[in-house]
Structure formats: structure tokens, C-alpha cells
Design a protein around this ligand. Structure first.
Ligand SMILES: [Zn+2]
Length: 406
């Protein structure tokens, strides 16, 4: 539309006003050079136009100063805004507002078409210089903000490794559990298998199969809690052995730990609930010598190489012959002290050769096989081991007591 300007237009430029006659349409524009520029732009997107020399000269001066002013203004506004930027996102907004596609400086560059051709390199250079300068300032500010953010984060996440903290409360194993694990470790090392059974047991396994029939006086000593006529809270862990003997073929080598129950009054050495660890070995030719060797190894492992065993004759319906087993006092190592009441020995467990009658009742041929068994009271060896004077301490759950085993 405007290409014909130089052909047909007549220019008279009294100071800052221009009048343009545009062909074929006639368009009158009254404006400052800035306004004229705008008007020309408004007339067509990719307008090509030229103006006569005298007019151009007049425009040139205006354009040049105007551009410089605009660039300076943009820079000034930018730098003022930059001072106030406190975070990276605001900085990015500012950058887009000036250097982005629609930013103020970019728009100036786009408007270069309105600048006289011979001035364009100069104006372009100014804009680019300004752009470069602003980009540098943005980069500096960005670095500062990032550093600041990092410092802030470091400060927030600082851990003073030298600051004393209260120790976390760590639970400890009950002394019974510690000794039990030690005993089981010892027997597992000797080739025993750990087997467990029910705490509510049939009379048949708890008494009958162990040679304790209904009228047997041993039932009085093991008075217990009856669930029904046929079911009791087990009085020992021997029924586990009975269950093993009725279901497995020899050789058998098991150790049976567990909770047992008796109708005892609570005192310093008795409780209606306590723990046993019983052992059973059945094989061809197993003898009292094997029993003693096994218990010797157990005693030495638990209390030291200088500990030995002493067997005293006793009676248990389950075994024949039977023996109470004493260990060298591990407190005085045999010389006599308060713990062993001056004897140098401590009674620790009961044992014996499995009664052949029991073997037969459980379906094991007593002519072919023999076996030995032993029963250890866990509480007793725990109390002896740690010098615990009263059995009740182990069940009261008092932390002051338990903490001592840390
Ligand atoms: Zn002693």
C-alpha cells in the first residue's frame, strides 16, 4: 500500500509534523516522527516504504535520539526492578518482560524496520549492547540468588554432630532369653535339634506316656491347672519328647525349651509359670557315660573349663536310673561360698536314662534302643548366672531391673 509513497507523495515537514499523501488511497498523518512511525506500521505488517532525502534527514535525528532514549529508559526501568528481585522466579519474570519474545527490548529490535536503513546497524548495535548488558546483570543476579538460596539451605540443614543428644532407649533381652539362647546354642552345637510343643497338653502326653498314670504320686508334685479331664497346662516340657518319640524313628537328639505351669504359690524361688529346657537322646548303645559327657560339655561351655558335674542318685518316673546333677559352683569355683551354701556345688538339673517302659509305650523297641534325658530349670540357672536373689524380679517387668542387663 505504501510502496508508492516516494512516487506520489509530496512532503513538507514543518518541524516535527509530517503530511503524507499515499496512493491509491490518501492518508493524512499528522504526527511526531514517533507517531508517524506507528501510523506507518499500522497501515501494513510488512510495509516497505521510503522517504525523500530531506524528510529522512529530519526523521533521522528524531529516530536516533528517540531510540537511544527508549533503550536508556528500558535499561533504567530494568535495573531498578532488578534491585528489588528477591527470588529466581521474579527474576525470570523480569527477564521475559524485557528480553523475552514480547519483551520491551525485543520489541524495539522488531521495530527496526521503521528506522532509516543507514541507521539500523547503529541502532541494532545499541540494542544488542543493551541486551548483552542486561543479560550479564541477570546472570549476576541469578548467581547471587542461587548462592543465597544455597547458603540459606545449608544453614537450615546444618547438623551439629558434636551436640550431645539423649541416648535413644534401646530395648534389651530379658535375662531368661539371653541364658536360653546360650543354652540352646550349646546344645545345637552338640548336634541337638530344637523342638517345641503345645502349652495346653493332653493328659496322655503330659503324664500317661511318661509313666505317670492317674494314681501315681508324682502327679501330686506336679499339681497343675486342668482345662478339662483330658487337657492340662503342661507341667514340664517332657510331653514334647513323648510327641517326638511317638512320631519319629531313632536316632533322636532333641532339646525342648518352653513355658510350663504348676499350681505353686509365688515366692522367691517358686512361680506357677516358669521355663524348662529338656533334652532327649535315643540311639543304640547310648549310656549314662554319654549323658555325663553331654552335661559336662554343657557345663563347661556355659560356665568355663574348670566346671565339672556331680551325679547324685534320684528318682523320676520318666527315667531309670535317675540322677540329680550338681555343677561346680561357678561363683567360688568349688571352694565354698554363700551361693553354694559352702558346699562348692550347685544343684542345677535332673537327668537319667529313659525308662525302657516309656520307650516301649512310645513305640520304640527298648531291646534295640536306649536313651537319656535331662531337664534344666531355666529360671534357676539364670538366677545363679546373674546372682538374682528373687525369682519374682524376673516377672515384674520393672525397667530398673531389666536395664541392668544392657
Ligand atoms: Zn560357691
Amino acid at each position: 500500500m505504501l510502496e508508492a509513497v516516494h512516487d506520489t507523495a509530496e512532503y513538507s515537514l514543518p518541524s516535527r509534523l509530517a503530511q503524507l499523501i499515499v496512493s491509491p488511497a490518501v492518508c493524512c498523518v499528522k504526527a511526531s516522527s514517533k507517531g508517524l512511525q506507528k501510523s506507518l506500521w499500522n497501515l501494513g505488517g510488512t510495509t516497505q516504504y521510503s522517504v525523500p532525502c530531506n524528510a529522512r534527514d529530519a526523521f533521522d535525528l528524531e529516530d536516533e535520539t528517540d531510540m537511544q532514549e527508549q533503550i536508556a529508559q528500558i535499561k533504567q526501568d530494568f535495573l531498578q526492578a532488578l534491585e528489588k528481585v528477591e527470588n529466581l522466579s521474579t527474576l525470570e519474570e523480569l527477564r521475559i518482560g524485557v528480553l523475552g519474545k514480547k519483551g520491551s527490548l525485543t520489541s524495539l529490535l522488531r521495530g527496526m524496520g521503521a528506522v532509516a536503513p543507514e541507521l539500523r546497524p547503529q541502532v541494532g548495535q545499541w540494542i544488542n549492547q543493551a541486551r548483552e548488558e542486561l543479560e550479564n546483570r541477570i546472570a549476576q543476579r541469578e548467581e547471587m540468588l542461587q548462592d543465597g538460596a544455597l547458603q540459606k539451605q545449608l544453614l537450615l540443614e546444618t547438623i551439629d554432630v558434636t551436640e550431645p543428644r539423649p541416648l535413644p532407649r534401646i530395648g534389651v533381652q530379658h535375662p531368661n532369653t539371653m541364658v536360653l539362647n546360650e543354652v540352646l546354642d550349646c546344645f545345637v552345637g552338640l548336634g541337638f535339634e530344637v523342638v517345641e510343643g503345645p502349652e495346653i497338653e493332653l493328659d496322655y502326653y503330659n503324664f500317661e506316656l511318661l509313666n505317670i498314670p492317674k494314681n501315681h504320686p508324682a502327679r501330686d508334685a506336679q499339681d497343675t491347672f486342668y482345662i478339662s479331664d483330658n487337657a492340662v497346662l503342661r507341667t514340664h516340657t517332657s510331653p514334647v519328647q513323648a510327641r517326638v518319640m511317638t512320631t519319629r524313628k531313632p536316632p533322636i537328639r532333641v532339646v525342648c525349651p518352653g513355658r510350663v505351669f504348676r499350681a505353686d504359690e509365688v515366692d522367691a524361688t517358686h512361680s506357677p509359670v516358669f521355663h524348662q529346657i529338656e533334652g532327649l537322646v535315643i540311639d543304640r548303645h547310648s549310656s549314662m557315660g554319654d549323658l555325663r559327657g553331654t552335661l559336662d560339655a554343657f557345663a563347661k561351655r556355659l560356665y568355663g573349663e574348670d566346671i565339672t558335674t556331680r551325679f547324685r542318685p534320684s528318682f523320676f518316673p520318666f527315667t531309670e536310673p535317675s540322677a540329680e546333677v550338681d555343677l561346680t559352683c561357678f561363683n567360688c569355683r568349688g571352694s565354698g561360698c554363700r551361693v553354694c551354701k559352702g558346699t562348692g556345688w550347685i544343684e542345677v538339673l535332673g537327668s537319667g536314662m529313659v525308662n525302657p517302659k516309656v520307650l516301649d509305650m512310645c513305640g520304640i523297641d527298648s531291646n534295640e534302643y536306649s536313651g537319656f534325658a535331662f531337664g534344666i530349670g531355666l529360671e534357676r540357672i539364670t538366677m545363679l548366672r546373674y546372682g538374682i536373689p528373687d525369682m519374682r524380679l524376673m516377672y515384674e517387668g520393672d525397667e530398673r531391673f531389666l536395664r541392668q542387663f544392657r
